[in-house]
Design a binder for this molecule. Sequence first.
Ligand code: DAK
Length: 264
Amino acid sequence: MTYEAITVETNAQGTKGVTLLTINRPKALNALNSTVLAELIDAFAAYQADDSQLCAILTGSGEKAFAAGADIKEMSDKAAADFYLDDFFSPWTSEIVKKTRKPWIAAVNGFALGGGCELAMMADFIIASDNAKFGQPEIKLGVAPGMGGSQRLTRAIGKSKSMEMCLTGRMMSAEEAERSNLIVRSVPQADLIADALKTAATIASMPPMATIANKEMVNSAFEMTLDQGLIVERRIFQILTASEDKKEGMEAFIEKREGQWKGR
Ligand code: DAK
C-alpha cells in the first residue's frame, strides 16, 4: 500500500528491528482523518507481520503536534447514524491495539489532544518532548472522549485528575504528565526521536517471543483479577522455559556473551 498521510521507515535511521511510523499532516496538526486511520491500520499490520522488526515508534511530523485529535472538519458534517453505522473509530481497538502483539512506543512531539491523546495512550508507553501537551478537550465540542480516553486516562492518572481534565478540557504539560505517570519521561524536543530509537533498539535486541510474552503479561493486569493475572503470568513463564531462547539466554549468561535469539 502506498501511503499518503503517514510515512513508514523500517530499521529506522539504521536502527535494526525498529519501525518508525510518522503521521504526516503537519498543516492540520496531524489530525486523524479516515486516511490516517486506514493507513495506520495497514502499517501496524505490516509491522506485526514483519519478523525482522520487534519495536515500533509512532510520532507526528513537525514540531507542533503528535495529533491534535480526530479531524473535526471531517467529523463536523457526519450524522449520528454515520458514526454508529461505521462503528466510528472502533477499528483502532480491534485492529491495532489487540492485533499488534509486538511493542510500540508513542513519541509525543507536541499536542496530543482528544483522539491524539487516546492514540498515544494505546501505545505500550509514551515518551514525550518537553513541549508536549495532553488533553481530552472533546467536551468543548459538545461531545466526549470516544476512543478510550475516559477509560485509559483514568487508569493511567487516577479518577480525580482524569475527571478534571475531561470536565474542563484543560491541557496537561509534559512535566505534569510525567509526574502523573501518563508518560515514562519527557526529553528536549530535539532529542525525542533519538531517545525513542535508543529505547526501541534495546527492546528490539531482546528475545522476540519473551518480548511478546512480557507485553501480554503486563496488559493482563488491566483485564483480570490479581489471581487470574498471576495464573496467566505463571503459565506464560512456564511456556517460555521450553523455548530455545531460554536455553540460549541462560547459556549466554553463564558463558559471559550476548545471546543469539531464534525467536522460538
Ligand atoms: N481537526 C482538524 N483540523 C485541525 C485540528 C483537528 N482536530 N486541530 C487543528 N487543526 C487545524 C486547524 O484548523 C488549522 O487549520 P487551518 O485553519 O490552518 O486550515 C491548523 O490545524 C492549525 O491549527 P491552529 O491554527 O488552531 O493552531 P493553534 O496553534 O492556534 O492551536 C490547538 C493549536 C491544538 C490548540 C488548536 O488547533 C485546537 O484546539 N485544535 C483542536 C483540538 C481538539 O479539540 N481536539 C479534539 C478533537 S475531537 C469517536 C471517537 C473519537 C473521537 C470522535 C468520535 N467516536 C467513537 C464516535 C475523537 C474526537 C476528537 O479527537
